[in-house]
Ligand binder design. Structure first.
Ligand code: PMP
Length: 390
């Protein structure tokens, strides 16, 4: 070859091998995937248009319908992160100038707001302090006043550890011509959730939490009502890669011959198929109970150490992401570092409004076991003793 310039070696990788540490990830996610899901990922690659891919995608779709408890045809895995699935929700369901009512009691409501505003939509917020959620009556009042195109609720606000009650909200939305969008990134498979029975129009989630798959393929489902809205838009959704009608053609839910749309994270699809198989083997009710029991076990242990929950109302507490108040005078960073260095275990700090105020412990998917809960409690006990809090 004839080169126009000398090749710079400045950024050449020197190491022969990068040692990837393997911590026990007990923060708010990602959690360690099921080993079977990890193994499935190392299978040789298939082409995304090769014939065996389509039955695989069909099986993922079936498994996603199970975990989402829906019969929606428009159910699939978006090739993107959970936060990008939020962008997809905004891009598909809102036209510029339309109004969204957004529940904000932590970072995810703030993010949804920001995305709506960038998209040219109008936003009315229902604001609650971190640790609280809006009531049915709060929501009813604002829907009556605003009659928005979309209502956004976060089922599990992972920055503050709250769970949003959803029963009856779908019907309320439909009475006012509103579509209900729900974020289930940190709850799906870990907390009871019923897309169809709760009349929710768009649900998105993440792979890397309670489903027990590595990140990269985000479950999404659109109700018939949501799809009607997409089909009757004046303008096309502005993000081509996330346009549900385009993505859906490759997933085959328009009766299409599955034309190429994009190259998905194929190995993550192998892992997702396996993770959904594991969830199906366990059964959703068993999975929900396993998460709830781990949550009770955690709080029993933390209570003995004198640690207090950030969310005051037990009914509003998530089983999957637990927020623990940082006792006054405790060096939280030191406790977190001690857990990592001594126990190879992740304890997380707060996020957004809860930064510096809470520790966060995730009990999700493969990691949600009595033994791992014991390890978390031991790491807290050790950290507290080290700083003479016990
Ligand atoms: N929503 C919630 C409730 C989350 O917990 C997260 C991830 N922490 C996200 C959205 C964003 O997901 P991702 O990091 O996959 O973009």
């Amino acid at each position: 070859v004839v080169l126009d310039a000398a090749v710079s070696d400045a950024n050449k990788l020197e190491k022969k091998h990068f040692e990837i540490p393997e911590p026990l990830m007990m923060g708010p996610g990602p959690s360690n995937p099921y080993p079977r899901a990890n193994d499935a990922m190392s299978k040789a690659l298939l082409g995304h248009m090769h014939a065996p891919m389509f039955p695989l995608m069909d099986e993922i779709q079936t498994g996603l319908k199970y975990v989402l408890q829906t019969e929606n045809e428009a159910t699939f895995g978006l090739s993107a992160s959970g936060g990008a699935a939020m962008d997809a929700a905004v891009s598909n369901l809102l036209e510029p100038g339309e109004k969204a009512v957004v529940s904000v009691s932590g970072i995810w409501g703030e993010r949804f707001t920001e995305k709506c505003l960038r998209h040219g939509a109008e936003v009315v917020q229902i604001r609650k302090e971190a640790g609280l959620t809006p009531s049915f009556e709060d929501i009813e009042k604002v829907l009556e006043e605003e009659k928005p195109a979309v209502l956004f609720l976060c089922h599990g606000e992972s920055s503050s550890g709250t769970k949003q009650k959803l029963d009856g909200i779908g019907e309320l939305c439909h009475k006012h011509g509103t579509l209900l969008v729900v974020d289930t990134v940190c709850t799906l498979v870990g907390e009871p959730f019923f897309t169809d029975a709760w009349n929710i129009d768009l649900v998105y989630s993440g792979a890397q939490k309670c489903i027990g798959c590595p990140p990269g393929l985000s479950p999404m489902t659109y109700s018939a009502r949501a799809m009607e809205k997409v089909m009757s838009r004046k303008s096309k959704p502005d993000i081509f890669s996330f346009d549900v009608t385009e993505v859906g053609r490759q997933w085959g839910f328009n009766g299409d011959k599955r034309p190429y749309h994009h190259t998905p994270p194929i190995n993550i699809m192998f892992a997702m198929r396996e993770a959904l198989q594991i969830v199906s083997e366990e059964g959703l009710e068993n999975s929900w109970n396993r998460h709830l029991n781990a949550h009770y076990q955690l709080w029993e242990g933390l209570d003995k150490l004198g640690l207090k929950p950030f969310v005051k109302n037990p009914e509003d507490r998530l089983a999957t992401v637990n927020c623990i108040e940082i006792p006054e005078g405790l060096d939280a960073g030191k406790l977190i570092a001690n857990a990592f260095d001594k126990f190879n275990l992740e304890i997380s700090g707060g996020l957004g409004g809860t930064a510096g105020k809470v520790f966060r412990i995730g009990l999700m998917g493969y990691n949600c076991t009595p033994r791992n809960v014991e390890s978390v409690v031991t790491a807290f006990e050790d950290g507290l003793k080290q700083q003479k809090f016990l």
